[in-house]
Design a protein around this ligand. Structure first.
Ligand code: T5A
Ligand code: NA
Length: 221
């Protein structure tokens, strides 16, 4: 007999946020919680700058190369598509994947550029078919606060106006139904203005029950 508990898939959790909002810090702390609970976990980040496509994205973000808005959008998307097999394999083998950004960043940042030829609908199209996260948490923080953090301002989108528009679009997604009648929202907006440990605790309070629902097999295979 097959023990269903041994064949549970892992969860797919995504952290979103403005530049320097603390995503990487929080992704690592969340990973740690899984390790402590003896649950298999794997952290991933997007853009993944290590692949050939990721290196092109890195050059763009560092303003070393110029790129047409649609072209860079498709590279960000391709950078996710090239990770799909890995994400699916991990989740299928029961490993929880924690992604530092995923397709919501792709859609929101491109839409926030304000290019009339690249609207939200267009931006969403290449993301269709990517693995759907079990939960997306947006670390919500005033752009003035992130700007005070070390290292801000060096990359392409790290300017106040862009960050304000990104924040608004993410907050809008916090009100938008996912569209599968579950009543879940596209993203959960979480106040990330507190200290590192405080934010970690708040994230875990959201993530833990969702992961447990996946473990009980309540969220599909
Ligand atoms: N992008 C991305 C797109 O346009 N389309 C896409 O499809 C995707 C995937 C790079 C850019 O690409 C855009 C979005 C971005 O503009 P990135 O590599 O994720 O994306 O770049 P950042 O978001 O800038 O990532 P960072 O690693 O720089 O920021 P994090 O991960 O949000 O922040 P973190 O954890 O490194 O923390 C930043 C600093 O703040 C401190 C940390 O110690 C660190 O110094 N900090 C705190 N300080 C006080 N209180 C707290 N609670 C703190 N938490 C962290
Ligand atoms: Na950055």
């Amino acid at each position: 007999l097959i023990d269903p508990a041994e064949h549970r898939r892992g969860a797919f959790i995504v952290l979103e946020g403005l530049d320097r909002s603390g995503k990487s810090t929080q992704a690592k702390l969340m990973e740690q919680r899984f390790v402590e609970l003896n649950k298999p976990v794997k952290g991933m980040r997007f853009p993944d700058r290590t692949t050939p496509i990721g290196q092109m994205i890195d050059g763009y973000l560092k303003s070393k190369v110029e790129m047409e808005d649609h072209a860079i959008h498709l590279l960000f998307s391709a950078n996710r598509w090239e990770a799909v097999a890995k994400i699916k394999a991990l989740v299928a083998q029961g490993t929880t994947v924690i992604a530092d950004r995923f397709f919501h960043s792709g859609v929101v940042y491109s839409a926030a550029k304000g290019n009339p030829a690249l609207n939200y609908k267009w931006a969403r199209a290449p993301e269709i078919g990517l693995p759907r996260p079990d939960m997306v948490v947006f670390l919500d923080l005033n752009p003035e606060e992130t700007a005070r953090r070390g290292g801000w301002g060096a990359e392409k989108y790290e300017n106040g106006e862009m960050q304000m528009r990104v924040r608004q679009l993410f907050r809008d997604l916090g009100k938008k139904d996912i569209g599968d009648w579950s009543g879940e929202k596209e993203v959960i907006v979480l106040d990330a203005g507190g200290g590192i440990e405080e934010v970690a605790e708040a994230i875990w309070e959201l993530v833990r029950p969702r992961v447990e629902a996946v473990e009980r097999g309540e969220r599909g295979s």
